[in-house]
Ligand binder design. Structure first.
Ligand SMILES: NC(=O)c1ccc[n+]([C@@H]2O[C@H](COP(=O)([O-])OP(=O)(O)OC[C@H]3O[C@@H](n4cnc5c(N)ncnc54)[C@H](OP(=O)(O)O)[C@@H]3O)[C@@H](O)[C@H]2O)c1
Length: 323
């Protein structure tokens, strides 16, 4: 099979298509023929950091057909349409844990299905498992045009948030994000986030902040949070060193939460997939979740996709066409 490996180099790693032996499923594993695979922002810095060592499998999500199951797998059968979360998705075949797979609704294309797992699992974990979203709450989503942002907006709306406030550095992107469930759109370049969130919430503030931007918006985010608000940090696209006013933290009794797959155990990762399957799959099946794909790329053009992602022109997901 063909599989993409990130090959380390002096100036960082680069994606290279390798010809590798077809994998065989061991007990408790599922072998999937990948048709399309999502591309994620975190893969870019990960590749840049690779200066030495062995080539690393690329991709964290995929959609395809089950080819074969190992002993003890009862939940999946050859022919099942699945989408999954786990390493090595940028390959014609991938081995997966049965609990890392979700059934693809009939109405979804392979490209749409490949756009689902990572951002929806992450956003669900941030909003629901960590942010403890309750119906009627207000959610502020930074970098709303990102894959994570669009997932967070739709999960929040689908699970009963009263109001979703979205930010972006681009007015044009805010217009494209609006139909996914945005109640208030804030152009971050105006520097008026705090005033706009407070005005939109009757001076109460946001109950949950889903933040992929980090340092450059951290102080503003804290200043427009409600009493007992929860800020969940997912990414640090605007820097990682921020100033914290402990008076605000203390007086508003805020909770600051970080989430990442990097320090999760395998059991914790699988629990995230299952949580998303429980709460978000029914919304997807009911047609209440859209999967906006900005652009698709040929299998041998992952480098091009990373370069395009780096320009921040996209709204929604980039997807690799595999087989
Ligand atoms: N913690 C986890 O488990 C986890 C899982 C998945 C992803 N992530 C992280 O979450 C972040 C988003 O990932 P994604 O795949 O959804 O990204 P994406 O689709 O590439 O979207 C990124 C968007 O963020 C905004 N942005 C970029 N640089 C910015 C800056 N300096 N200041 C403000 N906004 C900026 C841009 O939107 P505008 O131009 O509209 O402002 C850009 O389009 C990444 O940092 C990624 O590594 C974390």
């Amino acid at each position: 099979m063909k599989a993409i490996r990130i090959v380390p180099g002096e100036h960082g790693g680069r994606p290279v298509v390798h010809q590798l032996p077809d994998p065989r499923p061991a007990a408790g594993q599922v072998l999937v023929r990948v048709h399309a695979a999502g591309i994620n922002r975190g893969e870019i810095p990960m590749a840049r950091r690779l200066r030495e060592g062995a080539p690393v499998p690329s991709g964290v999500e995929f959609a395809g057909t089950v080819i074969e199951t190992g002993a003890d797998v009862r939940t999946w059968q050859p022919g099942d349409r699945v989408m999954g979360h786990g390493p090595g998705g940028h390959a014609e075949q991938v081995l997966a844990d049965p609990l890392a797979l979700m059934r693809v609704p009939d109405a979804l294309s392979w490209v749409e299905a490949a756009a689902f797992p990572n951002v929806f699992i992450t956003a669900h974990d941030a909003l629901v498992s960590n942010g403890e979203l309750r119906p009627g709450e207000t959610v502020l989503v930074n970098a709303a045009s990102s894959g994570i942002g669009l997932a967070a907006i739709q999960i929040a709306k689908g699970m009963g948030a009263k109001s979703v406030i979205a930010t972006s550095r681009s007015q044009a992107k805010l217009a494209r994000v609006a139909p996914y469930g945005v109640d208030v759109a804030i152009d971050m370049t105006r520097g008026t986030q705090v005033a706009e969130v407070m005005a939109a919430t009757g001076e109460r503030g946001a109950d949950i902040v889903i933040d992929s931007v980090g340092a450059s918006v951290f102080e503003d985010n804290l200043r427009c949070m409600a009493l007992k608000g929860r800020l969940v940090n997912i990414g640090r696209l605007g820097g990682s060193i921020a100033r914290l006013d402990l008076d605000i933290l203390w007086l508003r009794r805020l909770r600051l939460i970080g989430v990442t797959f990097r320090t999760r155990t395998e059991a914790e990762r699988l629990a995230c997939v299952q949580g998303c399957a429980r709460d978000v799959l029914p919304l997807l099946q009911a047609g209440r979740i859209q999967l906006p794909v900005d652009r698709t790329f040929a299998f041998d053009a992952l480098g091009e996709a990373h370069a395009y992602m780096d320009t921040d022109q996209h709204v929604g997901k980039l997807v690799l066409l595999v087989s």
